[in-house]
Write a protein that binds this ligand. Structure first.
Ligand SMILES: *[C@@H]1O[C@H](CO)[C@@H](O)[C@H](O)[C@H]1NC(C)=O
Length: 302
């Protein structure tokens, strides 16, 4: 009797467990997943850090012109615009939209206040960027740099700029490149005009130089390398393959209406990214687009 009762209660127990199990499966299938978090107000920003971002640049995928992504994007922290190539990532310090020139300051580039050995600097040939008006100064090369030549046998160091080497060799940071203070300038070379190799690199290893500096301007006291403006200038060309002028015009209207120009995959059609949504023209037309294109508009007409 006791055995039977024990058997019975165990079976009942199992039965309830099974019921409970089935019930939990059914309820979990019926209850809806938690609602997705609301989308951020706008994915494309008109600023990154302190830099104003306008067409053709964008802060990320879908913003600006598709030809400038992923070369240029805003850091995930939103405070630094970054230029990326096969050779590395470089902080962008300024953009001149009127002259189509962007300047970058590679962190491993040398300046008078800090010198480093550097990896090769490089651009991607497929991107719309090329070297702009700045001067590369190769440092700690195997002497004498006057014998450095291009493939065609021409010297690559412009001796008319040797005074820049003289100035830079007064910087005490030269020691960190393994050079003594005021060492002879035959290890220094102003590479002008600079050429990138077939890979798009300023090939320091092939040139047997430990580092480089790049100067944008000599400032008001050209003999004082502490006052020079350092950086690499890059020229960009906006004219793309597809109806560029049309997009430039639509984009101007979009930016005037406080929107940010972008593109939508898969065909990369132009979109104006507005605070309240996306438009195919500008942000003033956002509301009218909604009424005229939605089925709601048709329904209200009747
Ligand atoms: C608006 O367009 C941008 C860029 O294509 C995209 O990232 C974003 O998701 C779009 N927003 C909406 C609400 O469709």
């Amino acid at each position: 009797m006791a055995d039977f009762f024990f058997f019975f209660s165990t079976t009942l127990h199992l039965f309830f467990l099974l019921l409970l199990f089935l019930f939990s499966i059914i309820t979990s299938a019926i209850t809806e997943p938690p609602p997705p978090p609301p989308p951020p107000p706008s994915s494309c920003q008109n600023k990154c850090g302190s830099l104003p971002i306008k067409y053709p640049f964008g802060t990320g995928f879908g913003c600006g012109s598709p030809r400038f992504y992923p070369s240029v994007s805003c850091s995930s922290t939103g405070d630094q615009l970054i230029f990326t190539t096969h050779a590395g990532s470089y902080p962008i310090t300024s953009i001149s939209y009127s002259t189509s020139i962007l300047t970058i300051t590679p962190t491993l580039m040398s300046t008078c206040s800090s010198m480093h050995s550097s990896p090769n600097f490089g651009l991607d040939w497929s991107s719309p960027f090329q070297l702009g008006p700045s001067l590369f100064i190769l440092l700690a090369c195997q002497p004498p740099t006057s014998s450095l030549t291009s493939k065609s046998g021409n010297p690559i160091c412009d001796s008319s700029y040797s005074h820049l080497c003289t100035s830079l060799h007064t910087c005490p940071t030269l020691l960190s490149l393994g050079l003594p203070m005021f060492s002879p300038i035959n290890t220094c070379c102003v590479y002008s005009p600079a050429n990138l190799n077939a890979k798009g690199d300023l090939d320091l290893k092939a040139l047997k130089c430990a580092g480089y500096s790049s100067v944008l301007s000599l400032g008001d006291i050209p003999t004082d390398p502490n006052r020079w403006e350092y950086g690499v200038a890059l020229k960009y060309n906006e004219v793309g393959l597809d109806n560029y002028y049309n997009i430039a015009m639509m984009c101007e209207a979009c930016e005037k209406s406080d929107g940010v120009c972008g593109y939508a995959p898969p065909r990369n059609n132009f979109v104006c990214v507005c605070k309240n949504g996306n438009s195919s023209s500008d942000c003033y037309n956002l509301v009218s687009n909604f009424w005229s294109s939605g089925s709601l508009g048709v329904g209200l007409g009747y």
